[in-house]
Design a protein around this ligand. Structure first.
Ligand code: CIR
Length: 253
């Protein structure tokens, strides 16, 4: 069963980074409850949940996905593109070092985990406002000895590659074609988001289930019609901080 690394919602979440959304009030209590439900769901699906050290002064620290890439052989400690987030990686490195040998990106590289979409031995990496060419170059060099290869993917109009596309199953991509060209991915079945649900492409497969946000019922219906079993969670408060399903955990298989 996978281990899921998570980190609690900081009270400072209202001061989060925002790129594509207007700042609106975020209820800390509601965000914390929603995150607890998410963690409970991971538990129920059989994950061993490990809580990383809380970082109360780091407004975006609940979004642990952006700090580390975990492969079977190693973990790569990333360098988030938002300067305010770069100090989050030290505690992530401590937590993940119990599971994998560590490799590190170094300045001037920047790369957010939300930009890395893994499919077999291919790492698709979004070229975004957070992840730069040097980050992609360094990552490719670090993972090449383990036979993983990196494919840069242009995105537009969204924060991360995984805002635009994720694999709901190894052979099934869910994508928003306004934000990424689905043609760049290996030949897989494609489900597009419902046009009224541009953020609906971020889903997390866990133990034969697919975790999806409740906010996207019409996209979720499309996934169910493809034979997937969905577990939905309400992450509406974290969505105000531009968070989604994948970014709240780091899965260690
Ligand atoms: C940020 O802008 O960094 C946070 N407010 C949201 C990060 C979401 N991360 C993710 O989807 N991987």
């Amino acid at each position: 069963m996978p281990t899921a690394l998570v980190r609690s919602v900081p009270e400072t979440i209202e001061r989060c980074e925002l790129t594509h959304l207007e700042r609106v009030a975020i209820s800390f209590d509601r965000a914390r409850r929603q995150h607890e439900d998410y963690v409970e769901l991971l538990n129920r699906l059989g994950c061993v949940v490990e809580n990383m050290e809380a970082l109360p002064d780091h407004a975006d620290s609940v979004f642990v996905e952006d700090t580390v890439l975990v492969l079977d052989e190693v973990a790569v400690i990333l360098r988030p593109g938002a300067v305010s987030r770069q100090a989050e990686t030290a505690t992530a490195a401590r937590a993940i070092s119990r599971h994998r040998p560590l490799l590190f990106l170094s300045a001037p590289a920047t790369l957010d985990g939300g930009d890395i979409l893994k499919c077999g031995r291919t790492l698709y990496v979004g070229v975004s406002t957070r992840s730069n060419a040097e980050g992609i170059r360094q990552l490719a060099g670090l993972v090449a000895p383990f036979d993983h290869h990196v494919v840069p993917v242009p995105i537009r109009g969204c924060l991360h590659l995984k805002s635009a596309a994720t694999f709901a199953r190894a052979d099934l991509l869910v994508a928003n074609p306004e934000w990424v060209d689905p043609g760049v991915f290996e030949k897989v079945e494609l489900v597009t988001v419902h046009p009224d649900e541009p953020h609906g492409a971020n889903v997390l497969p866990v133990a034969g289930f697919v975790i999806a946000a409740k906010a996207f019922p019409r996209t979720n219906e499309r996934l169910t019609a493809h034979g997937l079993t969905l577990e939905t969670v309400d992450l509406s408060e974290l969505a105000k901080a531009e968070g989604a399903v994948t970014c709240c955990s780091v899965m260690v298989d």
